[in-house]
Ligand binder design. Sequence first.
Ligand code: NAD
Ligand code: TYD
Length: 350
Amino acid sequence: MKKIIITGGAGFIGSHVVRRFVRNYPEYTIINLDKLTYAGNLANLKDIEDAPNYKFVKGDIVDIDFINQLFETEQPDAIIHLAAESHVDRSITNPLEFVMTNVVGTVNLLNAARNNWKGKYDKTRFYHVSTDEVYGTLGEDGMFTETTAYDPHSPYSASKASSDHFVRAYQDTYGMDTVISNCSNNYGSYHFPEKLIPLAIHNIQQNKPVPVYGKGENIRDWLWVEDHARAIDLIFHKAKSGSTYNIGGHNEWKNIDLIKLLCTILDQKLNRPAGESAKLITFVTDRAGHDLRYAIDATKLKTELGWVPSITFEEGLEKTVDWYLANEAWLNDVTSGHYQDYYKEQYSNR
Ligand code: NAD
Ligand code: TYD
């Protein structure tokens, strides 16, 4: 029996983690704590919302009184912390929001855990979900390992790096049981279409320009979101206190090659002549401080916990495209309203 608070459970990765835990561990109680920002959507969890071991609580991790109250009433045994502002472009426009949620929000959770778990650190766990972007950027060679020095460049990655440091500080200073994982770029269902893959699928489908930053030569290491959720499950249950794991797909793609592949897949799926969708590719002004290359060395996770990705990128991408084509209503819902304003602002001057 365990009671776990999962923060950010209504977001992209969080919804996959919540679904996995609710389904696989009926003996656990899963509390999804989420503020429901523009990125949070309870429709992502429709299929499990009535499960007897699931509960949703709306709240802000920046609100310390609310967090303390929640800990007191629920007495959780563990936290899996995913709530964050997660989009680099938004962090360039509004860094302070990222400091508030990603840094202050994380420290609030650590403090609430510290107050409530004193004397119980052997029976509790604080799992912090982080990103490979804390390591900065790679040149043509090399990969990020768990011992690569932190070197963040965007306000987003700086805020995530800061929160990682706080989590380690609470382990070292107070003896709290913590684990951290740093994952590469995820893709899959329920991904908000401000990020590259869902944005490209959506725009290609709608015959709109597909914006490629700079020359499209930046490289990302893509991992299917359900493989990330499976890694989180494994690390949560098996990792040693204080440990860190890198999670990645061994799957590096130049943005332009990835977008061309999506165009080819969508030409086939939408019965368009070969090459039709690629005409939508539009090169736009580069992102400021744009990291060139991310690549994860996930050897530690493989050798210590036996994790490897379960599907190839080709399989995962096809599943993902099929999901977006079959879930137009979801896409229309999340792209209406405020997202329209964001999109106009973000791309009108590029
Ligand atoms: P997301 O933006 O899709 O979801 C974030 C969720 O957090 C949303 O449901 C939102 O409502 C919630 N949230 C935001 N601010 C909050 C607050 N103040 N209080 C409570 N809830 C709040 O993000 P994602 O892509 O699912 O990422 C989840 C986590 O994984 C983040 O910590 C991110 O840094 C990390 N991560 C993401 C990726 C990726 O490729 N997306 C890769 C590695 C790590
Ligand atoms: P993104 O999905 O925002 O993830 P991150 O910046 O966290 O890696 O972007 C992935 C890559 O795609 C990144 O190199 C920026 C680039 N990109 C574009 O070329 N065009 C776009 O419209 C977006 C959103 C991203």
